[in-house]
Design a protein around this ligand. Structure first.
Ligand code: ZN
Ligand code: ZN
Ligand code: ZN
Ligand code: ZN
Ligand code: ZN
Length: 437
């Protein structure tokens, strides 16, 4: 198996989490040709299309299943959130800590996701565990991932859900595309040569036309999935356009981009960064330097495969990885001055603010052009506030990013909330000159 296939196997689709697809093979009832899925009797949170799938998944599922069972047995007052979403969330987060305690380790991302997004009635917040024998949650017939415990409760929830049901369906369609391991995520080699960069086209539609991929536009979900990864190089290009004059930009043949706080999202999208070379035809070598505590190993200048056209033209793309913070990387011998530093969906103000603080200080000291993105307006606004507190000179603050992802993702800790990668962007460079004031 390739690492991408392995990674896909580890991740679970929203249908699997909702219990409407097999926890092992990703198939829905219809795809597996069965009328209903078998449910794990112990934890009631894993579903299988066949005994074979249950057996195959057992090793993977066993420890988490036993931990849930232990929690069920020991936790008194299991259900007492009185139909209040905030109470439900609080409880699930508390129970998640208990689960970690039982397992004697932190929960994996998958386990967290499964636990927090388990099927529940949208009105009274009952889970399968809380229901009487023979009573089951009733799924929405259109999206199959949102439930109520009775037709009464559906009656109450229907109008609220109708607006969101379409987004759920888009999200599920996108997942279907993303979970096909052989799906090429982006490939066209042809251009409309009459148009040259910069500036970038007006929007995604124009962009796909420019890149001679207009046939894509007929497949809405496929387009959306592509924007999720293509958002990374396009957000970089839009920032380069803001920081460099046209001639300067075209004269760079050795382009160095640093990605601060890099994680799985950027790693799985590595291929799409080649788009920077396609838009800037004078680049001979593109250096991608991924710096972040989530990088698994140290790598210096790993050559990556390029498309046939770039290969023929002897252009290359190299990737380096540093499992450390950016400010530690900056004092290492491997450090060299980049053309741009990017941070995707950083959430400076929220997570690891103390780790980001010295990183931002280092970026400001070095007067480097920086482009950071956030999931939402609120987060972006908080990030900008913090950057200003640290006296960064903010050039573009919390503005909607037209190269954001159009692929909805379900907010793991909230009901009926979606988010999009790189939705807002913030550009900054150096410090505001305090002496002048
Ligand atoms: Zn199966
Ligand atoms: Zn189980
Ligand atoms: Zn209910
Ligand atoms: Zn629905
Ligand atoms: Zn290429």
């Amino acid at each position: 198996m390739t690492s991408r296939e392995e990674e896909l196997k580890k991740r679970k689709t929203y249908l699997q989490i909702a219990g409407t697809a097999c926890s092992c093979c990703h198939k829905s009832c219809k795809e597996a040709g069965v009328t209903s899925l078998l449910r794990c009797a112990r934890c009631k949170m894993a579903h299988y299309c066949s005994k074979e799938c249950q057996k195959a998944d057992f090793q993977f599922h066993k420890l988490f299943c036993l931990a849930i069972n232990e929690l069920y047995n020991t936790e008194e007052a299991w259900y007492s959130c009185k139909g209040m979403e905030s109470e439900w969330n609080k409880r699930k987060i508390y129970q998640m800590q208990l689960l970690g305690f039982v397992l004697e380790r932190e929960l994996t991302n998958y386990e967290r996701h499964v636990w927090l997004n388990q099927p529940k009635c949208q009105i009274c917040f009952k889970c399968p565990k809380d229901l009487k024998k023979l009573q089951t949650l009733i799924p929405c017939p259109n999206c199959q991932v949102v439930f109520c415990c009775s037709s009464d409760h559906w009656e109450k929830h229907r109008s609220k859900h109708n607006d969101l049901c379409a987004t759920y369906q888009i999200m599920l369609d996108c997942e279907k595309i993303r979970y096909q391991p052989d799906q090429p995520l982006w490939a066209p080699e042809e251009f409309d040569e009459n148009k040259s960069y910069p500036p970038l086209p007006r929007d995604w539609n124009e962009y796909f036309k420019w890149r001679k991929a207009s046939q894509l536009l007929q497949h809405d979900s496929y387009c959306r999935v592509i924007t999720n990864t293509l958002s990374l190089p396009l957000t970089i290009l839009a920032a380069l356009e803001r920081f460099y004059e046209r001639d300067k930009l075209h004269s760079i043949d050795d382009m160095v981009i640093h990605i601060a706080g890099a994680n799985q999202y950027e790693l799985l999208a590595l291929m799409t960064f080649e788009e920077i070379m396609h838009v800037l035809p004078n680049i001979k070598t593109l250096h991608l330097v991924m710096v972040g505590l989530e990088m698994s190993s140290m790598n210096h200048g790993l050559p990556l495969q390029c498309c046939p056209r770039c290969t023929k033209e002897n252009r290359q793309r190299v990737c380096s990885m540093y499992p450390m913070t950016y400010h530690d990387f900056a004092i290492s011998l491997d450090y060299s001055q980049p053309h741009l530093v990017v941070g995707f969906n950083t959430g400076l103000y929220e997570d690891d603010t103390e780790l980001w603080k010295p990183t931002i200080k280092c970026l400001l000291d070095k007067n480097l052009p920086c482009s950071f993105t956030s999931y939402s307006k609120e987060e972006a606004t908080e990030d900008v506030k913090l950057l200003k507190e640290w006296s960064a000179k903010v050039l573009v603050g919390a503005k909607e990013n037209k190269w954001r992802s159009n692929m909805p993702l379900a907010e793991p800790q909230e009901v009926d909330k979606f988010y999009y990668n790189n939705y807002y962007r913030t550009l900054f460079q150096g410090r505001v000159n305090k002496e002048k004031n």
